[in-house]
Design a binder for this molecule. Structure first.
Ligand code: VOV
Length: 250
């Protein structure tokens, strides 16, 4: 039967990408720069506290290439909470030197394709709840890209029977499992929330594994026939104190 799969939805997610306005930043006095960085680090510390309290999560990466300089990924239990974080960020001094580059709004998503075990609703399981409200890894490298499932002629994900989609995603998961310990994925659903249907965020210790998993998945039918991709944003982990090094003008 062609029918939607039930999704399990967790924390709301904002991928917020910014460019540094280097020309403007260079004109700021050393004192202004230091004040802006320190104020921003205070904000980051308040997010760290939210994460310690397990009422949200976040991470910050330095994007390589011209599409952006920084990515902040913020997870919060409510859309209102996300908007508050975004507003706090915008009100900082440093934000005066940051230019919005891209954003993606979504919800951490798992779907109920797998058959239920012993009639237990997976959403009630603690391990599923932990995956829906994840503490984001702080691995060395990140890859974020939005994607769609294709609806073009015979290649239409949304006219495939549910058991066929389930089979294709199972095949997809087998490729994914080969990267256990090397790549961690967070899939966020954005149908009805943003232009693209999903956000894919991959974390890896070795940047090359990001290329390898995406390449290998290109040969899975779920991707080769039904995958469509937006921009890829690749970055290196940025700890709070690394902001000084990134923004320091000698
Ligand atoms: C890192 C490994 C990895 C693993 C183990 C994994 C497993 C799984 C499972 C078991 C399931 C289905 C159930 C669910 O949980 O929803 C999914 C689902 C999904 N995936 Fe995945 N995926 C991985 C990794 C992984 C990657 C690298 C990509 C990007 C694809 C590519 O070509 O670049 C991706 C995409 C997705 C998407 C967009 C969905 C939702 C599809 C939908 O139509 O609903 N995913 N995924």
């Amino acid at each position: 039967m062609v029918e939607a799969v039930e999704t399990m939805d967790g924390w709301f997610s904002l991928h917020d990408l910014r460019k540094v306005d280097w020309a403007k930043w260079k004109l700021a006095s050393k004192e202004e720069q230091t004040k802006a960085i320190e104020e921003f680090k205070t904000l980051l510390s308040s997010w760290d506290q939210v994460e310690k309290d397990k009422s949200g999560s976040h991470c910050m990466y330095h994007i390589v290439g011209q599409k952006a300089d920084l990515i902040f990924i913020i997870l919060r239990p409510t859309m209102k909470g996300l908007a508050e974080v975004e507003t706090h960020l915008n009100k900082t001094k440093l934000a005066e030197y940051l230019i919005p580059a891209y954003s993606h709004l979504s919800v951490v998503e798992l779907s109920k394709y797998a058959p239920q075990k012993d009639g237990v609703d997976p959403e009630t399981l603690p391990e599923i709840q932990a995956r829906l409200k994840p503490i984001l890894p702080k691995y060395e490298h990140i890859s974020f890209y939005p994607m769609n499932r294709k609806r073009e002629g015979d290649d239409n994900w949304f006219t495939l029977e549910k058991n066929k989609r389930s089979k294709l995603l199972y095949e997809h998961s087998l490729t994914g499992r080969k990267y256990a310990g090397k790549v961690k994925q967070i899939i966020t659903g954005s149908v009805g929330l943003d232009k693209w249907e999903w956000g894919v965020t991959l974390f890896a210790h070795d940047a090359l594994q990001l290329k390898k998993i995406v390449y290998e998945m290109r040969f899975d039918t779920a991707t080769s026939r039904y995958g469509e991709f937006g921009e890829f944003f690749i970055g290196n982990y940025l700890a709070n104190d690394d902001l000084n090094t990134l923004l320091e003008i000698s």
